[in-house]
Design a protein around this ligand. Structure first.
Ligand SMILES: [Zn+2]
Length: 66
């Protein structure tokens, strides 16, 4: 099998991995509920997009056990 002739340096590994980073999600304020939602996506809180209701959000009411 093919085998690398030399060990790859830490520097070279780090240089390659400079591109392996997570970007911060692009958040905008929802025009309906005024909460932060990802842009170009239906609001996960109210289900609105471009002023229209796209998805009906089920309201979950969980009571804490005491
Ligand atoms: Zn919303």
């Amino acid at each position: 099998m093919a085998h690398p002739k030399r060990k790859q340096s830490h520097s070279r590994t780090r240089k390659r991995r400079t591109h392996d980073k997570i970007s911060v999600p692009q958040l905008v304020v929802c025009s309906e509920c005024k909460r932060l939602r990802p842009s170009h996506m239906v609001c996960p809180f109210c289900g609105y997009y471009k002023g229209r209701e796209i998805v009906t959000i089920k309201i979950k009411k969980k009571k804490k056990k005491q």
